[in-house]
Ligand binder design. Structure first.
Ligand SMILES: Nc1ncnc2c1ncn2[C@@H]1O[C@H](COP(=O)(O)OP(=O)(O)OP(=O)(O)O)[C@@H](O)[C@H]1O
Length: 232
């Protein structure tokens, strides 16, 4: 399926505030991301990176434009799906800098919770969670709570959670900011492998220069516009 367009953004704009306080966070952005691609969104503070990631993740509605995810039109001037929570659960995996694992659940429970929310029975969810943790080489940490995990382990568990429902669109916000250079590169290598093996794409907001060589494309935002794209 290589070459499929998983994210198709056309003319997307986003403004915040009222007429007097208006901020144009995005101005007519066009972007296509294909199966297997791993791309970085770069740009100075306030350039619109998080806004764009949140629009792709269907967390934020654009002010104008069109968004097609995995071939399905989801926004065209208005949301085309009413059940946005279900859409996010089915299509999108999120990985955040502060991995946001729930502190009172074990590593395995943090991953299987997402599957149970999507309707899988507890035992099936547990088996898939354990298989994913093994695949990410943190299976031995399954019974451990987040406070006892290292930064790199916690980030792998957050990646397992993002992948639990086999999303083809994976969005990451500064996923390596808390890691040293070696671990940051290992996490990015892992994400590249996952994108290739699972016919997925990955869009990452990052400032982390030590991982720039791990991306297929570096996309620069400036004042809410795509300023420059560099292919690797
Ligand atoms: N909810 C909001 N209400 C008002 N303005 C907002 C809101 N969210 C973002 N903005 C504004 O939109 C612009 C783009 O913000 P955004 O968070 O997307 O930038 P960014 O590139 O991710 O910045 P950073 O690197 O600092 O996280 C900024 O001027 C910001 O102040």
């Amino acid at each position: 399926m290589s070459g499929d367009i998983l994210i198709d953004i056309q003319g997307v704009a986003k403004h915040f505030g009222t007429a007097e306080t208006r901020v144009d966070a995005l101005r007519s952005v066009d972007l296509q991301v294909k199966t297997g691609e791993v791309i970085a969104l770069l740009g100075p503070s306030g350039s619109g990176k998080t806004t764009l990631l949140n629009i792709i993740g269907c967390i934020l509605a654009p002010s104008a434009g069109r968004l097609v995810l995995n071939g399905e039109p989801v926004f065209d001037g208005t949301w085309l799906r009413r059940d946005l929570r279900r859409l996010r659960l089915d299509k999108i995996g999120f990985i955040f800098q502060a991995h946001n694992l729930l502190p009172f659940l074990t590593a395995e429970e943090n991953v299987s919770l997402v599957l149970e929310l999507a309707g899988h029975p507890r035992e099936e969810a547990r088996e898939r969670a354990l298989a994913l943790l093994d695949y990410l080489e943190v299976g031995h940490r399954a019974p451990v709570k987040p406070a006892h995990l290292s930064g790199g382990e916690a980030q792998r568990i957050a990646i397992a959670r993002a992948l639990a429902n086999r999303p083809r669109i994976i969005l990451a916000d500064e996923p390596t900011a808390a890691l040293d250079s070696k671990r940051a590169q290992l996490v990015m290598d892992l994400l590249r492998k996952l994108a290739a093996e699972q016919d997925a794409c990955i869009v990452t907001v990052t400032h982390d220069e030590k991982i720039f060589d791990r991306f297929d494309r570096l996309i620069h935002l400036r004042d809410g516009r795509l300023a420059e794209t560099r292919e690797r």
